[in-house]
Design a protein around this ligand. Structure first.
Ligand SMILES: [Zn+2]
Ligand SMILES: [Zn+2]
Ligand SMILES: [Zn+2]
Length: 91
């Protein structure tokens, strides 16, 4: 069973990678940090770094704001991840 956060999100209504002219972690830019992979917050559209990155800004953003779902910003990766429910959905 998909969680309530992922259930309604589809290719038609999610915030797509194509919206972003440049791929970067907004928070890492401010502190000169380095990221490994990028995630897009599907609540507010922030692009932030993944759990493999030193600063884990996407997870921190979830903990701070409660914004539950991110998508992968990586080319060829078409999935969403829900932090509170630890569920993935391929779209
Ligand atoms: Zn969820
Ligand atoms: Zn970052
Ligand atoms: Zn957000």
């Amino acid at each position: 069973m998909l969680c309530q956060h992922l259930n309604g999100l589809t290719l038609e209504n999610l915030i797509p990678k194509a919206n972003y002219p440049t791929f970067r972690c907004e928070e890492c830019l401010l502190i000169n940090g380095r990221w490994v992979h990028l995630r897009i917050c599907q609540t507010c559209g922030k692009m932030l770094c993944c759990d493999s990155s030193e600063h884990q800004h996407a997870r921190y953003h979830y903990e701070e704001t409660g914004h539950a779902v991110v998508s992968s910003a990586e080319l060829g990766e078409d999935w969403l991840w829900c932090y509170p429910d630890e569920q993935q959905k391929v779209y």
